[in-house]
Design a protein around this ligand. Structure first.
Ligand code: SF4
Length: 352
């Protein structure tokens, strides 16, 4: 839940305290915020609540955002860590990060009704893992050990997949046949760091195969490209997103790598610390792929109070990807004569 804001100095006090000459402005990155996979997952829970009634159980956080989870809880969703916390026969939604076959099996064993809200772009990586395991490849899955998505993907072929956390892990990799190795990745990694890891792996295994298509998803890549554009001109970059949101945390790292003098992640506007503004004339703002736009607006309103009311949106890509809702929801909606089957994101739309 949002914390109670601490006492702030008035804008006049802050202006007086700042040793900044010239204009104060905000560079607002676009794209930012909700991606199509997050939108689909959140709507899946909302529709489940609407059509089946509360409670609806959700295994793990549906998406990694505190505000989204709290809001769904208020509507009747119950978040659990594992299927054995769900009453037998109840309805459970699997999160956007995906699940392993063992999780699907345990839901079946328990007689649970399921809605699979796994992002289609995560499902794509699962299918790649299944395919290359079937062809008996060693699969090097670049990703963060313990992250739900990595657990789900590696669970598709545990005997063929080894996790590579990053460049520091490359020397520990062992494979059966260096001629038959492929790398795959988590969808929400730093593009640059992943390519560094891949290049190091290729020094060890020159015939290492690339994935059939990019595993780092369009939303992750686009948000990183946007922050790269504004970071060199920003004294401070504020990333709205939760601590367990991989792509939000990566945005802070990328901002610092690309020239921001400072960068901080906040869940809510009231976490912004006024001391960050000292000597700052340009502030970059962005948000992770699981962040509703109203949280960004809260930050912009706060910045305006401190004299940063001039906002320039910097657009580096347009996004119009739409995913249809999970098949279980579509079937229910169809039976009820509701033709709403596709969702495309309630996050910001870049200026056209
Ligand atoms: S960040 Fe990418 S992989 Fe994750 S839900 Fe969004 S579109 Fe899907």
């Amino acid at each position: 839940m949002p914390t109670v804001p601490r006492r702030r100095r008035s804008p006049a006090e802050i202006h007086a305290a700042q040793a900044v000459s010239g204009e104060r402005k905000v560079l607002l990155a676009a794209p930012r915020g909700y991606c199509a996979g997050v939108d689909r997952a959140v709507i899946a829970v909302e529709k489940a609540l609407e059509h089946y009634g509360a409670p609806v159980y959700v295994r793990k956080q549906i998406v990694h955002n505190l505000h989204v989870v709290t809001t769904l809880e208020e509507k009747g969703a119950i978040f659990v860590e594992e299927n054995d916390e769900v009453p037998e026969g109840a309805l459970v939604v699997f999160s956007a990060h995906g699940v392993s076959p063992a999780v699907i099996q345990s839901a079946e064993d328990r007689g649970l009704r399921t809605i699979d809200a796994t992002c289609p772009l995560v499902t794509k990586v699962h299918k790649e893992a299944i395919r290359f395991a079937k062809d008996d490849f060693d699969i090097l899955l670049i990703g963060h050990e313990g992250h739900e998505e990595v657990e789900g993907t590696s669970g598709e072929a545990p005997d063929h997949i080894q996790i590579v956390n990053g460049p520091e892990d490359v020397d520990n990799v062992t494979v059966r046949d260096p001629e038959k190795v492929i790398w795959l990745s988590q969808t929400t990694l730093s593009v640059d760091e992943t390519m560094l890891t891949v290049n190091l792996l290729k020094e060890r295994f020159p015939t290492l195969q690339d994935p059939p298509s990019d595993d780092i998803c369009y939303a992750t890549s686009n948000r990183q490209a946007a922050i790269k554009k504004i970071s060199p001109s920003s004294d401070l970059v504020i990333v709205v997103g939760s601590a367990n949101s991989s792509n939000s945390v990566r945005l802070v790292e990328v901002a610092l790598e690309y020239g921001a003098k400072a960068s901080y992640r906040v869940d809510f506007a009231n976490e912004v610390d006024e001391s960050w503004f000292e000597g700052v004339s340009t502030i970059g703002v962005t948000s992770g792929a699981s962040v509703p736009e109203n949280l960004v607006h809260d930050v912009l309103r706060l910045l305006a109070d401190y004299g940063y009311g001039d906002v320039e949106e910097v657009v580096t890509a347009e996004e119009d990807i739409i995913f249809s809702l999970p098949k279980e929801i579509r079937a229910t909606l169809k039976a009820m004569g509701d033709s709403t089957g596709g969702v495309g994101g309630r996050g910001p739309r870049p200026k056209r």
